[in-house]
Ligand binder design. Structure first.
Ligand SMILES: Cc1cc2nc3c(=O)[nH]c(=O)nc-3n(C[C@H](O)[C@H](O)[C@H](O)COP(=O)(O)OP(=O)(O)OC[C@H]3O[C@@H](n4cnc5c(N)ncnc54)[C@H](O)[C@@H]3O)c2cc1C
Length: 351
């Protein structure tokens, strides 16, 4: 009874102060069947939006024009014509929420989902891997080819959001979105991936280290589409690791780190790469601290020294999720973890 009174008062106030008085109250009869088979009927008060408004604009995002080409050429012709007024729609897992919040208001959406030529996973002639931009994240996660040729990508995929989002979200969409808290941009950078992009003007290749230019910004021109991502083969005795700290599984990382370490035949470090995510406007590669590893036999003490030094190359932001000091602390801890795992994996190399 108290609940119903409160509900009525709240709804009355809502109706009184709503700018559009066409909203109306409706008593809705609801029937539920519980697991044991018992039936329960209740009456609930529901606030109904004005039908006229719903008919005029039945969607959450602002109005937009929509095209769904079936070939790459057709898609590219739209981008040549409309430039930055058009946006590609891939899995829509970032773009549609951004439109709902009015953070993006493209005039035209070019849906890439009907272009099958953009979704594939292939081994390359030189032992690397080629992934079409429209390949679903979940497909990448479950692919044997990816596990064989780019095991770091396979082990990182489960950190991205939730299965439902990865079922729809695409490999290329995540990279083109360039969210600095996303896992794939950091992984693409640590693996030296190449981004193949195309427009009606032609095709070009952008190395990962030049692709991410700023917060949600890439080297893509408005008329260019990301088509394919190539991951080069790595030498024998290479180990990989990815780790992150997030409040809950599936959340964006407070800080994440990924490492690739190659040892020579004598067991000394031939090459070591370390990249962080969620510590700046784009993924950050550590170069000075990791140079201490080159040519050395890597010991836990040496890894500690490198982990202490990474913060000299980081300038992490502080926000409501984590302070600057906490992010610095996480960076040190994660550097130690990923370098240790990657070095151990390189030592255990048996292929
Ligand atoms: C609740 C939730 C949690 C999430 N958590 C994470 C997370 O923990 N980690 C993470 O990395 N991501 C996370 N995401 C984002 C998710 O991974 C998205 O799938 C991904 O960022 C975007 O991929 P998409 O295919 O959905 O792209 P879309 O949303 O369709 O597009 C994203 C942007 O990229 C552009 N674009 C897409 N494809 C191309 C192309 N081929 N060429 C040029 N531009 C292109 C679009 O125009 C748009 O600007 C989360 C999303 C949600 C909804």
């Amino acid at each position: 009874m108290i609940y119903l009174t409160k509900h009525l008062i709240f709804t009355y106030l809502l109706l009184k102060f709503l700018p559009n008085r066409d909203w109306r109250l409706e008593v809705v009869k609801r029937e539920r069947t519980y697991l044991r088979g018992e039936k329960h009927t209740s009456q609930e008060i529901s606030l109904q939006p004005p039908t006229a408004n719903l008919q005029q604009n039945p969607m959450k995002p602002p109005p937009f024009k929509y095209h769904a080409p079936t070939t790459l050429d057709e898609a590219l012709s739209y981008f040549a014509e409309y430039g930055d007024e058009a946006k590609p729609l891939a899995g829509g897992q970032s773009l549609i929420p951004a439109m709902n919040f009015r953070l993006a208001q493209p005039e035209l959406l070019i849906d890439l989902n009907n272009i099958p030529a953009l979704a594939y996973i292939r081994a390359t002639d030189n032992g690397g891997l080629s992934i079409g931009a429209m390949t679903r994240q979940r497909q990448v996660e479950r692919s044997d080819l990816v596990a064989k040729h780019a095991p770091l990508i396979s082990s990182t995929m489960p950190y991205i959001a939730h299965i439902q989002i990865r079922n729809r979200g695409t490999f290329g969409g995540s990279l083109a979105h360039a969210d600095p808290s996303s896992e794939l941009p950091a992984v693409a950078l640590v693996l030296d991936a190449s981004f193949h992009v195309q427009s009606q003007r032609g095709r070009r290749t952008i190395p990962a280290k030049q692709f991410f230019t700023d917060l949600f910004e890439t080297a893509l021109a408005p008329d260019e589409l990301l088509i394919d991502i190539t991951i080069p083969a790595k030498p024998a005795r290479t180990g990989y690791a990815f780790d992150e700290v997030a409040r809950r599984h599936g959340d964006y990382a407070l800080v994440g780190a990924t490492a690739v370490v190659t040892l020579d035949q004598a067991g000394a470090c031939q090459q070591a790469q370390l990249v962080f995510l969620s510590v700046g406007p784009r993924p950050v590669a550590i170069t000075q601290a990791t140079s201490m590893l080159h040519g050395q036999t890597i010991t836990p003490n040496l890894i500690d020294t490198v982990a202490e030094a990474v913060n000299q190359e980081l300038d992490p932001p502080g926000d409501i999720h984590a302070s600057v000091d906490y992010r610095r602390h996480l960076a040190k801890v994660l550097a130690r973890r990923v370098l240790t795992v990657a070095v151990n994996e390189a030592r255990d190399y048996k292929r």
